[in-house]
Design a binder for this molecule. Structure first.
Ligand code: FAD
Length: 296
């Protein structure tokens, strides 16, 4: 490698500019100003390029993405990483939105289901899904069969929920099983933005401790951001040593672990249909109006 004397390395941009014909007769102050202007311009162009990068999704047509990594993360759920067309591509999914995936069931019939990536547009070159697979589930069959190197057809973005930092003071989140994925995406977007002051209180219900998806990540967020994020796990069948909730999510658990009803909070719900129904009844009894609730 070419070794440059120390002061020559420091002055490299100045020396480069001075070598340009138009800069030969410029005053040093003007030359430094020109260099600063070019630096500011390049930085602005870099930020503009990254902010306005086009995503890879098409809301009307399915596009194929290659599965590059499949990791079993619980007895019935796996994490799927799909490559985007180039290592610099972003998925382009707004926070709170989801995608439609197309596959084939065990009879060979086409099936389509919604999924919420747990990655954000700050994850470059790939996106990830966490999928819980049910024994008789149609799309579950497709995901069980999917091998690294296979393609998945996806279209989007879609969904009714949108998020802008500061739209509420606090979110209460009530999730069951794979219903964690839309919450996880939003939690990440909030916590990874130091300017976002929104507080998040998550109640996450599962059957056993092994069924808790993304537990390590959630507990790490709670440790790293204790003033912005809290998680309370509830298990149907807890282990002997367990300091979370036991049974189903009750009115009392919601009262103790969610922000109280107010016009500047929102409670988000996502879980199996019977759980969503039970939570809607609890929330109404606790005084949360329909404007204060959202079901993914
Ligand atoms: C907006 C949205 C986002 C979603 N994001 C995700 C995600 O990121 N990850 C993910 O794993 N799933 C997600 N889902 C659920 C997903 O769309 C499918 O419903 C799920 O994968 C089951 O599909 P299936 O075809 O295998 O089951 P189906 O063939 O539709 O159902 C077969 C059987 O599976 C069981 N079953 C199906 N769904 C559930 C459920 N939710 N809870 C309990 N039992 C069930 C029931 O016993 C049912 O009878 C999301 C759903 C929506 C609406």
């Amino acid at each position: 490698m070419l070794e440059l004397p120390f002061n020559m390395t420091l002055n490299f941009p100045t020396l480069f500019f001075k070598s340009l014909p138009f800069a030969q007769n410029l005053e040093p102050e003007l030359l430094n100003g020109a260099i600063a202007l070019v630096a500011v311009g390049l930085t602005a162009a870099y930020i503009y390029y990254h902010k306005n990068r086009k995503g890879c999704l098409d809301p009307k047509n399915f596009k194929e993405f290659k599965l590059v990594k499949k990791t079993q993360i619980s007895p019935s759920a796996a994490r799927f990483r799909f490559a985007l067309p180039t290592p610099n591509s972003i998925l382009g999914l707004p926070v709170g939105k989801n995608i439609l995936a197309r596959g084939r069931d065990s009879q060979g019939d086409v099936v389509m289901r919604s999924y919420t990536p747990i990655t954000l547009n700050s994850d470059i070159g790939y996106f990830e899904l966490v999928v819980k697979m049910y024994p008789n589930g149609k799309m579950s069959h497709h995901f069980r069969q999917l091998k690294e190197g296979d393609n998945l057809a996806v279209k989007g973005p879609k969904g009714r929920f949108s998020y802008k930092p500061g739209q509420v003071r606090a979110f209460g989140m009530i999730a069951g099983g794979s219903g964690i994925t839309p919450m996880f995406q939003l939690i990440r977007a909030i916590l990874e933005n130091p300017k976002d002051k929104t507080k998040v209180y998550l109640i996450y219900a599962n059957v056993t401790v092994d069924d808790i998806l993304l537990k390590e990540e959630l507990d790490r967020f709670a440790d790293t951001f204790p003033h912005r994020f809290q998680v309370y796990h509830v298990l149907n069948k807890p282990p002997n040593q367990w300091n979370g909730g036991v049974g189903f999510i009750s009115k009392e658990i919601i009262e103790s672990h969610c922000p109280a009803p107010a016009t500047d909070i929102q409670i988000l719900r996502c879980g199996p249909p019977p759980m969503n129904k039970a939570m809607a009844i609890h929330l109404e009894a606790l005084g949360y109006t329909s404007n204060m609730q959202f079901q993914f």
